[in-house]
Structures are given as structure tokens and as C-alpha cells.
Ligand binder design. Structure first.
Ligand SMILES: [Zn+2]
Length: 223
């Protein structure tokens, strides 16, 4: 596994405490091309919120801090556990976070182009301050994914790098590749802390990262 850039976060931006890792969670950043802004945002914060890795759209792996250590990235509250009928558990110390650089949810504008989503009076609308997004992944209009029909597509290079990274982390931390489609909804085994690879949506009903693009699902099935 090749790290393109080691960002070497300051010790105050994550917990420099070695913990046993049982879970891996895949997110997407909800931001435009490039990881500098994501990294700067986390480095400015005081909450020690970050993921160990970000994979950019060229498939380059950025490491914010070693996967031996940890930071907050799930944002699970007692209410998330209560809603799923699972006793509260502090999961982040045992959970390695990986971000895919991606806008995530998109909305179609009347010009026929797709833009990142912003919310106006609780309604998802295209954010015209952003540039239109080129690579669109469309869900079936009658099913959608978490009420969203269009997402930015994860790139082939990004998913190839994710595969390498997951293989590396699985081997290093002895995390099983027991794919099941339950990870695309709030998933009791995720909240119970069972070992495996999950999406942020496995933990929280209010998230839409990462989304089940078919190439990603196939990747997870064949680890
Ligand atoms: Zn997330």
C-alpha cells in the first residue's frame, strides 16, 4: 500500500493512543476535487475529528495519522444506539475511517447539469455556487438511496486504491471481509461493534456516505 502524502497531523488533532481495531468505515468527504480543504478543516478544529485516510479522485492515498491511533469520525450519539435498540458503545477508538474524495449527493438543475446539493427550507436543491459535476451515478428513481437519486461517481482509480488500502488494513488488524448488504442501512452488528467493513450509513440514518455504487459493492464482495 503506497501512501502518496503523509499529512502528519499534530498530536492534538487525533488521539495518539494505540487501540485495537475491529472495524473500518468508508465515508465520502462531501467536497470538491482535492483533499487540501478537507485536511485544513480538520486541522483547524479542536474536536479531534478526522479519518486516518483520504483517497483523492486520482486514487492517491493521503494519510492524516497512523491507523494504530484514532479520532472521532462516526458522530454516533446515544440516540442512534437507542433507535436501533443497541446498548451505547464508544466505537471510534476501534474503528478506522477512510474518506473517498467526492461531492456525494447531487441535484439536477433546469440547465440539465448536476450540482452538489444544498438545502433551502429543508429541500435539496442544486448549489449553483459550485461547478457542475461531471461523473454522475444515478439510482433508480423509484428506489433512490437514502432519498437521493444522483451522486458523484467514485472513480476507478479511487476504488482500486481503496481495495489496496482495505486489503492492507484487513491484514494488519485482522479484520474480516464478511460483506453483507445490511451495511447499506443502519446495521445492528455495526453498532454492536462487530468486526468488519462498513459504510457511515451503517451507523446513522441521517448520512448518505458512502453510497452503494455497483463497483464499490463488487469490490467489497471480493475482498
Ligand atoms: Zn461520513
Amino acid at each position: 500500500m503506497i501512501v502518496y502524502k503523509d499529512w502528519n497531523f499534530a498530536d492534538t488533532k487525533y488521539f495518539r493512543e494505540k487501540t485495537e481495531k475491529k472495524q473500518i468505515t468508508i465515508h465520502h468527504t462531501v467536497s470538491g476535487v482535492g483533499v487540501d480543504g478537507d485536511v485544513a478543516w480538520w486541522q483547524q478544529g479542536t474536536g479531534r475529528i478526522a479519518t486516518s485516510y483520504i483517497i483523492d479522485r486520482e486514487g492517491r492515498v493521503h494519510r492524516c495519522f497512523s491507523d494504530d491511533f484514532w479520532a472521532w469520525h462516526l458522530g454516533c450519539t446515544a440516540a442512534h444506539f437507542a433507535a436501533a435498540g443497541v446498548p451505547y458503545k464508544k466505537l471510534d477508538p476501534g474503528n478506522i475511517g477512510i474518506e473517498l474524495d467526492s461531492w456525494g449527493a447531487l441535484a439536477e438543475h433546469s440547465d440539465g447539469k448536476f450540482y452538489p446539493v444544498t438545502y433551502a427550507a429543508g429541500k435539496a436543491v442544486p448549489n449553483l455556487k459550485c461547478k457542475p459535476v461531471q461523473y454522475i451515478y444515478e439510482y433508480c428513481p423509484t428506489q433512490k438511496f437514502r432519498t437521493i437519486q444522483y451522486f458523484e461517481q467514485y472513480t476507478t482509480a479511487q476504488l482500486a486504491a481503496l481495495r489496496e488500502l482495505l486489503k492492507y488494513l484487513q491484514s494488519k488488524h485482522k479484520i474480516p471481509a464478511n460483506y453483507s448488504s445490511d451495511i447499506w442501512s443502519v446495521c445492528r452488528r455495526a453498532l454492536q461493534g462487530q468486526a468488519g467493513i462498513y459504510s457511515h450509513v451503517s451507523f446513522r440514518p441521517d448520512k448518505s456516505d458512502c453510497h452503494p455504487q455497483i463497483e464499490l459493492v463488487n469490490l467489497l464482495k471480493t475482498l
